[in-house]
Design a protein around this ligand. Structure first.
Ligand SMILES: Cc1ncc(COP(=O)(O)O)c(C=O)c1O
Length: 488
């Protein structure tokens, strides 16, 4: 008996020794205040230098592709070396979305207070998916959502979810339309989705993700400004009903990525209501312009939509990773996404506000609201509105000025802040010329433009949405284009 007791005591001591040994190494995960300060100083100084040097940095640097970061090892690495790696392989490589010279695709943002918000969100690591766990974090997220709903003109029944971006917001919107339609999965072949050729390709991906790959997709005709023709939509809907098909959703756009077109939302919304079909508006790019009078006019009728996508990481200048899905009647989104489990039963005790986890596929989630709430509170709304009005005017200014160059052909007058153009040389193939022109712009690197293909014609696109793009950037772009056209 004594021996067994002795053995058990030895085993217990051995176990404690083991635990203490592990603890000593595990505690490296919690740096001391002194180490924290040292690391934070280095990171802050890296960030400050990045921002201070930004005006002299290129928007596009020739890409370095053979990147090889050291494999992870059992021991620690040196912060200075890690930051050096970031500097040369990440932050001075290819596209620089932080630059005001980024005028391609749809530029993103990167507001400084959002970085501070992300820092706080990561340090405090509030469980932002569930009201029970963090009523404050959920409230902040819902405050952001309410503000977006007000911009659309939605009433008190509206709500939504802050997603990682527009692709996810469009997917959740589509799934909500599917679930609300009452069309059973065995009838998905008969379901019909209405959109135009301008719809963002993430919607086609969403259709597959939503299990609707066998549904019919009706590509509705557009007018000369790439906007859905309401009459064509109505005619198609009526024909489809006569064929016994089941109209499921209209996917309209408020600012297409390609050319910035805004579908006639009032007319399309009225048809959707008459035909009792879900209308989703992808305003991922255009939605932020609702802060401006011009945007309100262009997107008149957006409140008819059953759901809307807006990307704060586009027109509200947040860093990437911020989209939003807004639903006119949030209880429909709740019906589509809510689920419970026995290990979640405690959370049912607090339901004063909707929990993000009940309105999206995500459960544990980044406290995204903080990176949006902080800059909106700190700066107020006025600078956002001014920046958006400025971007609209800068695009119009470019549109007028570029036409002063002989040989330049432009697309339609920009509805928002995206437009396209090309140079038509006196002789030779225009597509080849414009490809070379864009290569020359990229080689210079101060400005980044992207391209598109419309009816087999190669065009250069300009998208003004970075908050650091101002008049000087646009003047520099025009001067650069003139110089490169002359050189070619
Ligand atoms: C109109 C539109 N919809 C959807 C998306 C996809 O959004 P995200 O890249 O945030 O997933 C974009 C992206 O540019 C867009 O412009």
């Amino acid at each position: 008996m004594e021996r067994i007791h002795q053995l058990s005591k030895t085993y217990k001591n051995h176990m404690k020794d083991q635990i203490k040994k592990l603890e000593a190494t595990a505690r490296m995960l919690e740096p001391s205040a002194e180490t924290r300060n040292r690391l934070a100083e280095k990171v802050l100084s890296y960030g400050d230098n990045f921002l201070n040097d930004l005006p002299s940095k290129k928007a596009y640097a020739s890409p370095k592709q053979n990147i090889s970061s050291s494999p992870f090892s059992e021991g620690p690495a040196d912060m200075d070396k890690l930051l050096d790696f970031l500097k040369s392989n990440v932050d001075a490589n290819a596209l620089n979305p932080a630059s005001g010279g980024h005028l391609g695709y749809i530029p993103g943002g990167g507001l400084y207070p959002s970085a501070l918000g992300d820092y706080l969100a990561a340090i405090t690591n509030r469980y932002a998916g569930v009201f029970f766990s963090s009523p404050g974090a959920v409230h902040i997220e819902n405050r952001c959502i309410r503000w977006l709903c007000d911009l659309i003109g939605y009433g008190p029944k509206a709500g939504g979810n802050l997603t990682s971006g527009g692709s996810l917001a469009n997917l959740i919107g589509l799934v909500n339309a599917r679930d609300d339609s009452g069309i059973s999965s065995k009838d998905f072949e008969k379901a019909v989705i209405y959109t135009t050729r301008q719809v963002h390709h993430c919607v086609i991906k969403a259709i597959n993700f939503a299990g609707l790959a066998d549904a019919q997709i009706r590509v509705i005709k557009m007018d000369a400004r790439f906007r859905m023709i309401p009459h064509a939509l109505q005619k198609q809907l009526i024909e489809d009903r006569e064929l016994g098909l089941k109209p499921l959703v209209i996917f309209a756009s408020a600012g297409t990525t390609d050319v910035g077109a805004v579908d006639p939302l009032h007319e399309v919304g009225t048809i959707a209501q008459d035909q009792n079909i879900w209308l989703h508006v992808d305003a991922a790019y255009g939605g932020a312009f609702l802060l401006t009078e011009h945007g309100q006019q262009k997107m008149n009728g957006i409140h008819h939509a059953d759901s809307v996508t807006i990307d704060p990481h586009k027109g509200f200048f947040l860093p990437y990773g911020s989209g939003a899905l807004l639903v006119k009647d949030v209880s429909k989104l709740h019906n589509s996404q809510h689920m419970t489990a026995n290990y979640m039963q405690d959370t049912l005790a607090a339901d004063e506000e909707y929990s993000p986890a009940d309105l999206s596929p995500e459960l544990s989630k980044h406290f995204r609201g903080l990176r949006m709430w902080l800059p909106l509170q700190l700066f107020g709304i006025a600078p956002f509105r001014a920046a958006l009005d400025e971007k609209l005017l800068l695009t119009r200014y470019f549109y007028q000025e570029i036409q002063k160059i002989d040989g330049i052909e432009v697309g339609p007058e920009p509805e928002l802040s995206v437009m396209f153009f090309r140079y038509v040389p006196a002789s030779g193939d225009a597509n080849t010329f414009n490809r070379k022109l864009l290569d020359a712009i990229h080689e210079d690197g101060r400005i980044f433009l992207s391209s598109t293909n419309i009816d087999d014609i190669y065009y250069i696109r300009l998208a003004v949405l970075n908050f650091r793009t101002h008049l000087q950037t646009i003047d520099d772009t025009i001067a650069l284009l003139k110089k490169k056209i002359a050189a070619l």
